[in-house]
Design a binder for this molecule. Structure first.
Ligand SMILES: *Cc1c(COP(=O)(O)O)cnc(C)c1O
Length: 382
């Protein structure tokens, strides 16, 4: 892909056809009769929420999910219409805008329910909400062992319509853990408690990506898919099981800006963390830690030039990296540099970088900053 000459040549390619292929592949894998909620929080894990949301809407995703009201408003402003669940609920000042934009809040405190109920009753129309229970994550949600009291309390609010009942897995990627089975069983008890209180929500959902793929008994009637949509399966799906076909959606690329040779004994970069042991051809590439090329990849990271892996040498700085292209003799100014993605037979995945950094691929793609323009390929048919 060619870049626009007005921009520094550092960009992220987002292949929307691959996003759609992943979505359809996972959807087929989880089977008929189960609706899909495409999780596009955090700017679609760094991939661009508006474009990804639009394409997933076209592919038939019944639901979208975001973390914050602000993220939901951004999608509505862009004309995206499917129901949007706000996983992080809302802050008191946000209720008006959330309801005006038809965002569906997750509720995990009685105060939130009271606030919605008050507004709904003054507006004369019940508001759909999804109720979240903590069955073992220990983060958001009403406690699982308080389900009968919570169900009774919520049924007093005529202004809220309980459309969904949900929980979130803490360890669905770990097949050795028994927590997922325990969480599923606690969720069954919660459903029973609500049924006993006369509440039967249309949606009951538990599964995130590893849940939907690795725990068929957690799929219920709705799965909440994040990472797998972006092809980030490598480090959040359990190993050694059957998984859907996935393709990495994001590639990050740049170009060589300068090339020079330094002599044996000379150092490169801040704090002189690299000293040449041979005459070394050093290329500079305009990407640095502000772009999301993490400083801890200093002297460790690799990028691809002309189909060959090359080493990052010296410190990663804010706007630049320096790489050793001594063994790529044809390397020249303007050459494509692949930071994430494929070039010839060489490939660097977000999962390879996250392994190096001791994190997960989600943090790598989320970390590609706004300074890196997203260039979309593939069709948005609107
Ligand atoms: C982020 C999130 C998901 C999606 O998780 P993935 O592992 O990316 O599939 C699902 N449910 C909730 C509540 C989340 O916060």
């Amino acid at each position: 892909m060619e870049t626009i000459t007005l921009q520094r040549p550092t960009w992220a390619e987002i292949n929307l056809d691959d996003l759609a292929a992943n979505y359809l592949s996972v959807r087929h894998f989880v089977g008929e009769g189960i609706e899909c909620m495409a999780v596009i929080k955090a700017d679609a894990y760094g991939h661009g929420a508006v474009e990804c949301g639009r394409r997933l809407e076209q592919e038939g995703a019944e639901w979208l999910a975001v973390a914050t009201v602000e993220e939901g408003v951004e999608l509505r402003t862009a004309g995206i219409s499917p129901p949007i669940l706000v996983l992080g609920g809302f802050w008191p000042g946000q209720i008006g805008i959330a309801l005006a934009e038809r965002l569906t809040p997750v509720i995990f405190t009685i105060e939130q329910a009271e606030a919605i109920d008050g507004i709904a009753r003054s507006g004369g129309e019940a508001v759909s909400v999804h109720i979240k229970f903590d069955t073992g994550m220990g983060r958001l949600g009403f406690r699982y062992d308080e389900a009968p009291e919570i169900a009774a309390r919520l049924s007093e609010f005529s202004g809220i319509r309980i459309e969904g009942l949900m929980t979130h897995f803490a360890a669905a990627d770990d097949l050795a853990s028994d927590l997922t089975a325990i969480q599923i069983s606690r969720f069954e008890d919660i459903k029973s408690a609500f049924r006993a209180a006369g509440i039967e929500p249309r949606y009951t959902d538990l599964a995130n990506s590893p849940g939907a793929v690795a725990h068929p008994n957690s799929r219920s009637n709705l799965v909440r898919l994040g990472g797998v949509l972006y092809g980030l399966g490598g480090d959040v799906l359990p190993k050694g099981i059957e998984t859907p076909q996935l393709k990495a959606v994001m590639s990050v690329r740049s170009r060589i800006a300068t090339i020079k040779t330094i002599k044996v004994g000379q150092s490169v970069g801040y704090s002189r963390t690299f000293t040449a042991e041979r005459d070394t051809v050093v290329a500079t590439v305009p990407i640095g830690y502000h772009d999301g090329f993490r400083r801890s990849l200093s002297n460790v990271g690799k990028v691809i030039v002309r189909g060959q892996y090359t080493d990052v040498i010296g410190r990663v700085s804010m706007d630049w990296i320096t790489i050793d292209v001594t063994d790529v003799p044809e390397a020249t100014v303007g050459d494509l540099v692949t930071v994430i993605g494929r070039d010839g037979s060489a490939e660097i995945k977000a999962e390879d970088i996250s392994r190096e950094l001791g994190t997960i691929s989600y943090e790598v793609t989320c970390g590609i900053s706004r300074r890196v323009p997203r260039l979309f390929s593939g069709k948005n048919r609107l």
